[in-house]
Design a protein around this ligand. Structure first.
Ligand code: NCD
Length: 304
């Protein structure tokens, strides 16, 4: 039985297979519409979510399965003091697979040690978000056709943005990928991300505060929201929240082929006037998220 806690739990070949399955599902949804009949997915969400939870649930329904779960800690026994380990043991009796989001880093890993069904990390604190990364990888594959030789700009809250950490880990395995890390000094990528994924492989990266000066170099611009809920102090959030706002003017010098991704939700960091730019792929990205989660459910349930 396999869980998905960290994106590197999957080999590059397994990611290729998941992308292949997701593409096949997109082309032939009818082949898959009953494949999980009788199976249940539990979504245990101790933190807010729209895309991740609903795309997991839509994914399971489109595979012919069913869903159960909770969408806030207050409506579960966590409010009475139950541990994630106990919850994982119990929900293993009710569901065949569990997607868990939790504000504490490592909570899905702890759950996976006690659960008797696969656990999927649907976001743990400011740490990791492997299924968003699978979504991002499918988006890059569909929109750019390759993972190699890309210059990837990550912009915004690179400290608390868990999707950024998992995406750097995943992309660091491909050939000649270069990262440009664009953030205020206070929101730089944590050292452990550089120590684990970038430095050992001598991957080229630069850190800058200035989006406009680097935008012409980018093949991908991955925008992120400033993660208000992880700040200790509201004044710092207010000071930093509007540091980057992508506008049509700022895109004038960008490549015509550049793709703009965002895990969403967007707050202010991308002006709505960018939405109609052909380079903006963040809404399509949310649809890719459903298909890659369908592929992941099939893999972890070993029905494919
Ligand atoms: C992200 C998350 O939860 O980390 N959202 C998502 O799952 N698409 C990004 C965010 O909340 O900013």
């Amino acid at each position: 039985m396999r869980s998905l806690i960290d994106i590197l739990d999957l080999s590059k070949e397994e990611i290729d297979d998941l992308i292949g399955t997701a593409c096949d599902i997109m082309d032939h949804p009818e082949k898959y519409s009953e494949i999980c009949k009788g199976k249940k997915l539990a979504t245990l969400f101790y933190e807010p979510s729209t895309r991740t939870r609903l795309s997991f649930e839509a994914a399971m329904y489109e595979l012919g399965g069913n869903c159960l779960g909770f969408s806030e800690a207050n409506s579960s026994s966590a409010a009475k003091g139950e541990s994630v380990s106990d919850t994982a043991i119990i929900v293993s009796n009710y569901a065949d697979i569990i997607a868990m989001r939790h504000p504490k880093e490592g909570a899905p890993l702890v759950a996976s040690m006690k659960a008797s069904v696969p656990i999927i990390n649907a976001g743990d604190g400011g740490h990791n978000h492997p299924t968003q990364t699978l979504t991002d990888l499918l988006t890059i594959y569909k929109e750019c056709g390759t993972f190699d030789n890309l210059t990837v700009g990550l912009c915004g809250d690179l400290k608390f943005g868990r999707t950024v950490h998992s995406l750097i880990a995943a992309l660091s395995r491909y050939t000649n990928v270069k990262f440009i890390l664009i953030s205020p000094d206070e929101l730089k990528v944590p050292d452990y991300v550089k120590d684990q994924y970038l430095d050992p492989k001598n991957i080229e990266y630069m850190e800058t505060e200035d989006l406009e000066s680097v935008i012409p170099e980018l093949d991908i611009l991955y925008m992120t929201r400033v993660q208000r809920e992880r700040f200790f102090n509201e004044a710092d959030y207010i000071r930093l929240k509007n540091r980057y706002i992508l506008t049509p003017q700022k895109l004038v010098t960008a490549k015509k082929t550049m793709k703009i991704l965002h895990p969403l939700p967007r707050v202010n960091e991308i002006s709505v006037s960018v939405d109609s730019d052909p380079r903006a792929v963040y809404f399509r990205q949310t649809l890719y998220g459903k298909f890659i989660r369908m592929a992941l459910i099939l893999k972890l349930l070993e029905v494919q």
